[in-house]
Each structure stands twice: as C-alpha cells, then as structure tokens.
Design a protein. Sequence first.
Length: 129
Amino acid sequence: MATWAFDYMKALRHKHIVHDDNALSQSIPGALINPPPSPQKVAKVFTMPIHTDTLINENYGNLKLLCEVTLAWVDAEFDREADRIAAMLETLPHEDLMARAEPTWRASQIDEISVSRKQPKASSTGGTP
C-alpha cells in the first residue's frame, strides 16, 4: 500500500502540481455566437477551466500514511548511522574528541532561497564527524 501511495503522490506532484502535464486540469475553449442578423457573429471567446479535486480524503490519508512510513524509515536510518558514528568516535582518544570544533549555526537569509547548500569540507581525520 505504501509503494502505491508513494507512486500516486509522485505522479500527482510531477504531472499535476509541478508540470500540469495531464488531464486533471483542462481549459476548454469556446465561443458564444450571436444569432442572425446580429452585426457581430461572435459575442465572446472564452475558456472553461476544469480542475479535478485531488485533495480528497483518500489522497490525504495516503499522503499521511506515506509520510508516517517515510518518517519511521528515516528515523531508523538516522539512529543506525548515529550509532555507527558514536562507535567510531569511541575509538578515538578523549583529547582528540575534546579538540574538535563545536557545532555552529547561522540563520539563513532570504536571498539564499535559490542557492544550493555547500557541502562541508572533509576534516583531516577522514571526513567523519
């Protein structure tokens, strides 16, 4: 079920929300024609927008399930990697651990919205935290 929900949400995102590349949104053209003997044959050209409702209970439920399954997987993978890193750090001398730089953070700026994050440089001890 989770794979089906993922594939559905991925297609919905790619083909409807981001690229509008399927029949879920349409714009039907038409023209209002005046009856004879009107001097203007065409009263108005118009389009009729048609949008399929995609935020329905079934879709919301599937998206919620997909998010829960994905979050559980990410949490488990994070815990496994954190345990691996902790085990590696346990092998180092205490002095080396205390000499490492403290974590730092700065608030991002609005003009950075279109800029990709830079990958941190590997440390001289092999790139492991």
